[in-house]
Design a protein. Structure first.
Lengths: 166, 730
């Protein structure tokens, strides 16, 4: 079947199996393999992309349900030559080891900045009206992104560091 | 090719070269690719023309035979090409460094979850659908025993001993005799196993996710019944391994077989559940630890016996007591292992096989001895460090364990920890714990090639980078040796067409492949010295300039035709004469909720001495990664198998709990003590990736005991067990 998506600012018409997830459309259909598959069940966060500006697990999205939607993937964030501040901070802090969870961590953190800015509280927010931006908040809000290499402290250092740059 | 055997201590050349690149916390050279999603992992390979998708079908009985498939049941699924079964398909991944095929069961089923066929289809969706819906007809047989508490068979090894344990135990003034259990664990690398196979005539190329290419090539060739020269494996990027990708897995063999049968490329990616079902797990353990001591705290008797399990036909047995055999001295030591045979997912190497679970029990038991003696646990450890390896009598090559313990205690504020159960913050009980860290060190045969042309060098080896930093450190070693900036060195890895390295496993990768790269670069230095007309010892190479005698020349001029050198290294006499291991000390502070039993780790410190550090940044990441695994084994990781049919119950990441961001404090500190291990290899380094986990979980367990005054013996310390221990304490 046919679905029209705007991916990283470009309109893409995709011809796909009705059972296909957004993750597999991106990877197999469009060759955007920066988004990773770690579990295919919404349990690891490796497949995180922005859907109309909000983060989602793309393995839990059926492509057929997203006609006309806007998707941003890691490829739309910065290439090796044009890394953004967050990507650079990951390199600087060694916020990865194998790198497999990294695109998901970066996409998740990208959305996290916006969520805190909008005042969306989390389970660790002391003040539900005005969440702060500290390590506990980052940790809670990033807990949907597993990293078996366990670069967690360095990932959070990178997120905090890039926020300071902003 | 220059072949080198490590027969005696080597000069510390890397301390004399002038670039100062070794040890520097340089960012990874593959970093930009990883943060932009452009590092190509196996399943990211652009699809070759006519590529088909394969999904493995699992057995749902513990033992028996596949009698047939109900093809009619999936006839309505468009695009299904074939249900591939074949005598060459493998039962599970080969064990690390096997170098040959594992059991190829044909139509037999040996455990619940075993891959029994590959459904191949035009699309991934069709293959997945068909694999899930396919009805399999079985003839079942009695599995004999699927659970370690009711095995079909047990094999008890002869005790390994030194001195007279029974006499020492009998005479001991103070004793502890404790039983611990640890559950099964899985590697759970974030990248599921993936393979893309493509034949060209009688040659096959596998794009796979593999840790040890030199071995994997032979394993794949043997599985397929072809000559290794017909097999090429490419694994430039690997999304984590931790032991799970040491051997060739069923996905790789099935992809090759299907691609050959269908005459088109086939890609097979394991669903996460298949990774749990059929990739080698770490065995659960039941451990009995006995310490006997004099009243003033000298340990006189040590015994550590363990029971682990595995599927029949698998020779691997978790070496649970590895570190217990060389950490502390006693008059008598005794170690006995029992292997229970069960029809269930086979066991193999998971990060730090042996130490990772053995030390959970051993170091927690030692803490209980300290309690009984009324001694500080740091002091008890310091008092019992032996002169020599107590089992073999070998001197230690380099061991700064005492410094790690004392410097760690000072940095962590150990002196202020107070009596057990004495610190409280509201509902939270606060405690500190310590454990030694130890992991035996190895050198594995490895080869590298270095090319130098002008002021540009290339390192080539089939070594892999599984997140360990191989690309970066091998580049640093070559740059340091050749007097080049790191950017002037290119590093090519992960291709069996390149010289065969050790591969990544057992923490020996950096030291082994690093040494062969060092030796190849050293050979190039000698050739440069010849060209310059000076002795190799007089040569200095700095910032692209060669100096020797009274001559000075830029490499760009001097090396006008390419110099190529290949070198290999293997272990030799120093491995006999000396005992090499990494050592350290873990400290942890926890908060335990008195009512809910929840345990929060507040901070951890690891002080480690592991020979020369090649890159302080990647080394630190490896060490912290290990410590977080220790946290996982202490608090959350628990692979459960059904007692009726052995099937893995916790077969996804929602049910098997690896640590997540919120579990891990930001206050995770690692300090490396300066050390050179002259007996280990010519670059004086030791393994890092596994020392971080070895003992870390025990430090957390000991901290829980210190916080609450209650002792647990069954890992992990989940809230139900903590509450029970608190209630038992009263
Ligand atoms: S692949 Fe989507 S959450 Fe794991
Ligand atoms: S970097 Fe390997 S899983 Fe996160």
């Amino acid at each position: 079947m046919q679905t029209s998506l705007t991916v990283n600012g470009q309109t893409r018409e995709v011809d796909h199996d009705a059972r296909q997830t957004l993750l597999d459309t991106l990877r197999d259909g469009l060759g955007l393999t920066g988004t990773k598959k770690g579990c295919d069940h919404g349990q690891c966060g490796a497949c995180t992309v922005l859907l109309n500006g909000e983060r989602v697990n793309s393995c839990l999205c059926l492509t057929a349900m997203h006609d006309g939607d806007e998707v941003t993937t890691i490829e739309g964030i910065g290439t090796p030559e044009t890394l953004n501040a967050l990507q650079k901070a990951f390199v600087e802090s060694d916020g990865y080891q194998c790198g497999y969870c990294t695109p998901g961590q970066i996409m998740s953190a990208t959305a996290l900045f916006e969520e805190v800015k909008k005042g969306a509280p989390s389970y660790v927010s002391a003040d539900l009206e005005a969440p702060t931006f500290d390590d506990a908040e980052i940790a809670e809000r990033m807990s949907g992104n597993l990293c078996r290499c366990s670069a967690y402290p360095m990932i959070r250092e990178a997120i905090a560091m890039s926020r300071e740059v902003k | 090719m220059k072949d080198f055997t490590m027969d005696e201590a080597q000069p510390r050349l890397l301390d004399q070269t002038g670039m100062g690149i070794i040890g520097k916390p340089l960012p990874r050279r593959d970093g930009k690719l990883k943060v932009s999603g452009t590092a190509p992992y196996a399943a990211d390979t652009p699809h070759p023309a006519r590529m088909a998708h394969g999904v493995l079908v699992r057995a749902t009985i513990p033992r028996g035979r596949v009698a047939g498939f109900d093809r009619a049941g999936i006839a309505d699924i468009d695009g299904v090409i074939e249900i591939v079964t074949d005598a060459r398909l493998s039962r599970n991944p080969t064990q690390g460094m096997a170098g040959e095929a594992t059991v190829q069961p044909g139509d037999e089923v040996h455990y619940h979850g075993q891959p029994i066929a590959l459904v191949v289809a035009e699309t991934f969706e069709a293959a997945r659908d068909a694999a899930q819906r396919l009805t399999v007809r079985y003839e079942t047989t009695d599995p004999g025993g699927v659970s370690p508490d009711k095995p079909k068979d047990t094999e008890i090894a002869d005790p390994e001993t030194a001195g007279d344990f029974d006499a020492a135990w009998g005479a001991a003034e103070v004793k502890v005799d404790l039983e611990f259990t640890t559950p099964s664990h899985v590697s759970a690398a974030m990248e599921p196993h993936a393979a893309l196979a493509e034949w060209d005539g009688d040659r096959v190329t596998l794009k796979g996710s593999q840790q040890m290419l030199r071995f994997n090539r032979n394993e794949l060739a043997d599985s397929l019944g072809i000559d290794p020269s017909k097999v090429r494996i490419l694994s430039p990027y690997i999304g984590g391994g931790f032991g799970s990708k040491l051997g060739i897995g069923p996905e790789a063999v099935a992809a090759c077989v299907a691609a050959e049968k269908l005459g088109r490329p086939v890609r097979v990616v394991m669903p996460r559940q298949t990774v749990f079902d059929s990739v080698l797990r770490r065995s659960e353990t039941r451990q009995r630890v006995r310490f006997g001591a004099t009243r003033d705290g000298r340990i006189t008797a040590i015994s550590h016996d363990d029971t682990v399990s595995n599927l029949d036909g698998e020779s691997f047995a978790e070496p649970t007591t590895q570190a217990s055999q060389f950490l502390y001295g006693a008059d008598g030591l005794s170690f006995t292992q029992t292997v229970a045979r069960i029809s269930a997912t086979p066991a193999g190497s998971v990060r730090a096989p042996g130490e990772a679970v053995g030390m959970l029990a051993f170091e927690a038991a030692l803490d209980e001895l300290a309690d009984k003696l009324g001694m500080d646990p740091v002091d008890l450890r310091l008092k019992n460090l032996p002169e020599k390896n107590p089992m073999t009598g070998q001197p230690y090559s380099a061991r700064r364990l005492a410094d790690c313990l004392t410097e760690g205690a000072a940095a962590f504020g150990w002196a202020d920890r107070g009596a057990p159960g004495s610190r409280r913050e509201g509902d939270w009980l606060i405690g500190m714990g310590v454990a030694s860290a130890a992991r035996s060190n190895m050198l594995v045969k490895s080869a590298s090639r270095v090319r130098l042309h002008g002021a540009h060098a290339v390192v080539e080896t089939d070594m892999t980078d599984i997140g360990t930093g191989s690309y970066t450190i091998l580049g640093q070693i070559a740059a340091e040796m050749l007097g080049l900036p790191v950017d002037a060195v290119e590093v090519r890895l992960g291709d069996t067409d390149l010289p065969g390295a050790s591969g990544s496993g057992g923490s020996f990768g950096a030291s082994s492949a690093g040494s062969s790269t060092f030796l190849a670069a050293k050979e190039i230095r000698e050739r440069i010295a010849e060209k310059l007309g000076c002795a190799a010892d007089d040569l200095t190479l700095n910032d692209g300039i060669a100096r020797g005698g009274n001559i000075e020349k830029p490499l760009a001029e001097l090396v006008d035709t390419e110099i190529v050198a290949e070198a290999s290294i293997e272990g030799g006499k120093t491995a006999e004469s000396h005992f090499s291991a990494g050592f350290g000390a873990h400290f942890a502070e926890v908060a335990v909720n008195e009512w809910t039993g929840e345990v929060r780790v507040r901070r951890m410190l690891g002080v480690m001495a592991m020979g020369r550090i090649l890159n302080e940044k990647t080394a630190r990441s490896q060490a912290i990664g290990g410590m977080v695994w220790g946290l996982g084994s202490a608090l959350t990781e628990d692979m459960q198998m059904d007692r009726r049919d052995g099937h893995v119950v916790t077969r996804d990441l929602a049910n098997y709990h690896v640590a997540s961001h919120l579990d891990v404090p930001s206050d995770m500190v690692v300090t490396f003590l300066e050390e050179r291990d002259d007996m280990a290899n010519p670059i004086q380094s030791k393994g890092i990736g596994e020392l971080g986990i070895s003992g870390a979980g025990a430090a957390i367990f000991n901290a829980i005991a210190h916080a609450t005054g209650a002792r647990l013996h069954d890992y992990p310390a989940t809230p139900d067990k903590v509450i029970a221990a608190l209630e038992a304490r009263g």
